[in-house]
Design a protein around this ligand. Structure first.
Ligand code: BGC
Length: 746
């Protein structure tokens, strides 16, 4: 009876909530229509115009007053933000507020690790906290719309923008995308501390040919559907307010002019009602692509394809009025785009409170924010090698030599897309080591190389002389920030300058050598790995990177990061990623290496499998790889059932035990292989992960709940289905090793 009453109440409440939400939506749409009905065509087009605010502010003011702009980029001085906003609200005829935007890609002032590093945490909850930190700091400075998260699947380390991505895997990227959207947008977008997210770049930008930025992509529809689109769909389901089109043309169609993408998939299939913004100049770049004849044609193609807002290239404001007057573009097309922009402005609460509060204590660089940045940095660092337990540094180490171009490079450790981070705030490794552990060990510091591309070996002898006197060496190597990021691609992803020679020389001293690499991408470091006793991969770890590293080096924290991307041995192995499909002649692992090939060998003596004679098939490190100071043992992998229906959820459990001497956290990874399909399927796919903290000797049972619908893929008939058949489960410490069991979908 009681239960019935409760259910009844719940039902009434849900009806109330539903109709309340519907009313709210109705109200919102009414407000949009009413605003729209009062606008001239010119003013409507103005809403679609987004311009950089870094030029002459006086010119901008004129444009704002005329109502010819909807959004301003890159103004982050709250007073200026308010000044411009006041002109929009009080001096333009419509009084429609502006939206201020910025690329808040991995933090605003408090810089978090680059997104590739964030992905290595395998900790979406923590990344959500990081995104909240960024949103609070950015909104305090007047920014209410960030051009992030960047969720391009990236399988090519030559591409500089891999640094901005969450790596090669769709599932991991989805989880990170949702985390950033939630962290930015909070529970209520209208809150003054909420910032609209922008999932970018739509679509396939990470697959640029040859890893060269802006290049064309050739992604077939099935791969687009299975690999590249899902993170965007998930971001939108999580409420993401906007989408940015990408620079590349896929299969001949530039994204900014692709109506299948922008209308059929985004709007019709996914029901997206937010803003679609172009990338910087990507509307008029369709001319260079050879897809539009001139600026007018580009404007027409973009708006007709479903683009709402044009970033920076001004072809809409220049030509749409004429195109509408001549009936080439319909006013309905224009109205639809304007509606989307107004909807975002209403949702952000800008009509009610357009200004940034100025005389309020701010949280930028608060202790809490710095602590979050440090925690993310800690969890992002991946231990690649630790021979003879070189790490953590033992209490026997009394004299430590710190060397390398990244040991004290406050600008570089912040990484790419650091627009507002300040080097004065950067905790570099040498600074942090001295402050935090300077009373425990004597720390000697000689850089040896000034910067990552430095080829001058003049200081090596001085370093080596000192090296012979100390108990251990820590070499901070890697890449300057400028070597990754937009348009910063490399044909060779080795350590630059004389860094490799430096590591070799240091290793010859036979002192314990710990190499820490700070970089925006995976680097090919086979040799350096062999020459070092321990290697930590720290990405570009942000403001608090030094402190995070210091605590890891001295064992206050055990590393727990896992690679979000496969590390190749050499550039020639690219593309290399764990969830590839199989060939008909997969490598057996028993192939001969180059040195084993007999002289005058006959054509067929090497067999016929898919591998490289010089490098085999294995990467340097697989996706998901990462060591700890302790060791973990997996046992008792169980699937609750062996036969399941496509709409079921399968429980999978495994026991994980800490078998070492340190407290540690393991990222337990669940992979599924769909053994036979109507089309070939990836050899395995990540479908779950859990971070588990374990004290020495402690054992926990880890439970995954696998909704079977997550195994759906685009089949032979281009339908998204879970196909019946046998599946393999693998649970383990990385994508290459684990316990296995099977189930069947019927
Ligand atoms: C980048 C975008 C970025 C935009 C605005 C472009 O060059 O591709 O990712 O959001 O600039 O700064």
């Amino acid at each position: 009876m009681y239960m019935k009453k409760n259910l009844c109440l719940l039902y009434l409440l849900s009806i109330f909530c539903y109709s309340h939400a519907q009313n709210e939506n109705l109200n919102l749409e009414q407000k949009i229509d009413s605003t729209l009905s009062k606008m001239t065509i010119r003013e409507k087009i103005g809403q679609l115009n987004q311009l950089d605010g870094r030029g002459t502010i006086e010119d901008l003011k004129v444009i704002i007053r005329k109502g010819e702009i909807g959004s301003v980029m890159n103004v982050t001085e709250p007073k200026v933000v308010n000044e411009l906003q006041k002109i929009a609200c009080e001096q333009s005829r419509t009084g429609i507020p502006l939206i201020f935007t910025r690329d808040v890609v991995h933090g605003f002032k408090t810089m978090l690790p680059i997104p590739l590093g964030q992905a290595a945490t395998f900790n979406p909850e923590l990344i959500q906290e990081g995104a909240r930190v960024a949103a609070v700091e950015a909104t305090e400075h007047g920014v209410r719309w960030s051009f992030a998260p960047m969720i391009d699947i990236s399988r090519d380390a030559r591409w500089g923008r891999i640094a901005e991505s969450f790596g090669e895997d769709t599932y991991l990227t989805e989880k990170m995308a949702i985390a950033v959207v939630k962290g930015f947008q909070g529970d209520n977008l209208a809150d003054a501390r909420s910032m609209a997210a922008c999932a970018k770049h739509f679509i396939g930008y990470g697959a640029v040919e040859g890893g060269r930025d802006y290049n064309s992509t050739h992604i077939p529809d099935r791969q687009l559907r299975d690999v590249y689109l899902p993170p965007f769909e998930k971001a939108i389901k999580a409420g993401c307010s906007s989408i940015m089109t990408s620079f590349n043309d896929n299969d001949g169609i530039p994204a900014t002019g692709n109506s299948t993408l922008l209308k059929d998939i985004l709007r019709k299939e996914w029901g997206f009602d937010g803003v679609v913004v172009s990338d910087w100049g990507s509307v008029t770049e369709m001319i260079k692509h050879g897809f539009a004849e001139d600026r007018k044609d580009a404007a027409r193609k973009a708006i007709e394809a479903g683009l709402d807002m044009e970033m920076s290239s001004k072809s809409f404001i220049q030509y749409l009025e004429e195109l509408i007057a001549k009936d080439i573009v319909s006013e309905t097309t224009l109205d639809n785009a304007v509606r989307n922009v107004l909807r975002l402005k209403f949702r952000l609460g800008l009509f009610d409170s357009p200004y940034t509060e100025i005389n309020k204590p701010i949280e930028t660089y608060s202790g809490k924010h710095l602590a979050t940045a440090k925690k993310i940095a800690e969890e992002s660092i991946v231990l690649l090698k630790n021979e003879g337990n070189t790490l953590p540094l033992s209490s026997r180490i009394k004299n430590l030599l710190v060397v390398g171009p990244l040991a004290d490079a406050p600008h570089d450790q912040l990484g790419t897309w650091t627009m507002d981070g300040e080097i004065e705030r950067t905790q570099t490794p040498i600074k942090a080591l001295r402050e935090m552990y300077g009373d425990k060990v004597k720390i000697h510091f000689i850089k040896g190389l000034e910067y990552s591309r430095d080829k001058n070996t003049i200081n090596f002898n001085q370093v080596l002389a000192k090296a012979r006197q100390v108990d251990a060496i820590i070499a901070f190597m890697g890449e300057e920030a400028i070597l990754s990021g937009e348009a910063h691609c490399l044909a060779d992803i080795k350590l630059q300058g004389a860094q490799s020679e430096f590591i070799k020389k240091l290793s010859e001293t036979n002192k314990p050598l710990i190499t820490v690499i700070m970089a925006g991408r995976p680097l090919t470091i086979s040799e350096e790995l062999n020459q070092s006793d321990a290697v930590l991969y720290a990405w570009h770890p942000g403001t608090m990177g030094g402190n995070a590293l210091a605590d890891i080096l001295f064992g206050k924290t055990a590393p727990s990061g896992k690679l979000p991307v496969t590390f190749p041995k050499a550039v020639g192995q690219i593309p290399i990623y764990y969830n590839h499909t199989n060939t008909g002649r997969p490598a057996t692992g028993k192939e001969k290496s180059l040195d084993q090939i007999p002289l005058n060998a006959k054509q067929s003596v090497l067999g016929h499998s898919s591998y490289y004679l010089d490098l085999g098939i294995q990467p340097l490190f697989p996706f998901g790889y990462g060591l700890s100071y302790t060791t973990f043992k997996y046992s008792d992998l169980k699937a609750a059932r062996t036969i399941v229906a496509p709409n079921d959820t399968l429980s999978i459990s495994v026991k994980v035990k800490n078998t070492g001497q340190y407290k540690g956290t393991e990222v337990v990874q669940l992979y599924i292989s769909d053994l036979v399909g109507s089309v070939t399927r990836p050899v395995k796919e990540l479908k779950g992960f859990k971070r588990v903290e374990l004290a020495p000797d402690e054992e926990k049972e880890v439970l995954f709940r696998l909704p079977l619908h997550s195994l759906a893929f685009w089949n032979m008939d281009m339908k998204k289905v879970v196909e019946p058949g046998k599946f393999k489960i693998m649970v383990g410490t990385d994508s290459e090793s684990g316990l296995e069991t099977f189930f069947e979908v019927k």
